[in-house]
Design a protein around this ligand. Sequence first.
Ligand SMILES: Cc1cc2nc3c(=O)[nH]c(=O)nc-3n(C[C@H](O)[C@H](O)[C@H](O)COP(=O)(O)OP(=O)(O)OC[C@H]3O[C@@H](n4cnc5c(N)ncnc54)[C@H](O)[C@@H]3O)c2cc1C
Length: 306
Amino acid sequence: MLAMDAQELFQELRGSDQNGFAAVHAPVSHTDQGTPYLQEPGVVVLARPQTNLAGLSGFLEGFESRLRFPEYVQDATPLPEGAQLCKVAGQLCYMSFGPKRSFNEQALRYFDNLKSSGHGSVLEHACFSLLCYGISRSVTHELIRHRAGFSFSQTSQRFVSGRMLRFVERVEYRADEQLHAQFLRRIDRAAEEYAALTERLLEMQEAGVSILSAEARTDLRKKVRQTARSVLPNETEAPIVVTANARAWRHFVEMRANAHAETEIRALALRAFLCLVRMDPVLFSDYTLEALPDGTYAVHTDFRKA
Ligand SMILES: Cc1cc2nc3c(=O)[nH]c(=O)nc-3n(C[C@H](O)[C@H](O)[C@H](O)COP(=O)(O)OP(=O)(O)OC[C@H]3O[C@@H](n4cnc5c(N)ncnc54)[C@H](O)[C@@H]3O)c2cc1C
């Protein structure tokens, strides 16, 4: 299989950087009736670590001067913020702040040691928040199965109106004219059915049907939408903000950017990885890409489940 460079693939997928934050955006298309849909996942890094290395000085100066701890903050090699944070945390464990420590220049070897020996708890300090969109409700159902070190906030189908309704076309449908045409018809129908149901439920609510009644205006809307959403298919878009620490992201990438994972979540995990490795080439340095026979990519490491 062909190995590919992560930066090359990032460019190929129209990846971009804005103010130091990576993103791989997904374009929006419309059916002739105007129903919006996306054909690939979009990933935007919303937040990354910021490390106050200089802030260590007051602590390091409190030890005997022969240890030369204060020199730690003058390391000439800058690291990505996440890697720097994890390295400080790791080196605090052994108070490795003196001249015999691993310097930033040896950071790759330092982290390879941690990853290979399973001491991945140090990687939990660096958190990255990603907005994921252009993904279906079936993918987010798989995504939220990841528990350790993950936080999720997902668009509410109970609260949000049909004006924000979008759909996601599977890559298999894109490859076939007939399946693509069926998809377009199906999402038009789903959008119409949802709108018609909403309208009817509102009429029932106004007529005083008790199961749809509520005190607050928001609750009234929710009662309608929580019912109408029952006709929305798995291919409804489900935007989600995911915050996870580097150890958790690594596990997600290993499980999901994997040849055995479902195709759509693999496309998401690949883009998440491409953004993460761009943000922190040290914490994610050990991964390589593999082009799979179906035209998608898997991501590998020798240091699984750090
Ligand atoms: C190819 C594939 C097929 C799948 N098929 C199915 C399926 O058919 N049905 C289905 O239900 N799910 C399925 N899953 C989901 C899978 O079972 C996991 O729920 C999901 O991958 C999350 O993995 P995790 O538990 O390792 O991750 P996380 O929840 O992120 O946990 C990370 C690690 O923390 C530890 N951990 C977390 N929680 C606990 C705990 N409570 N106790 C002890 N250790 C813990 C474990 O070591 C775990 O690996 C599938 C996943 C994949 C990748």
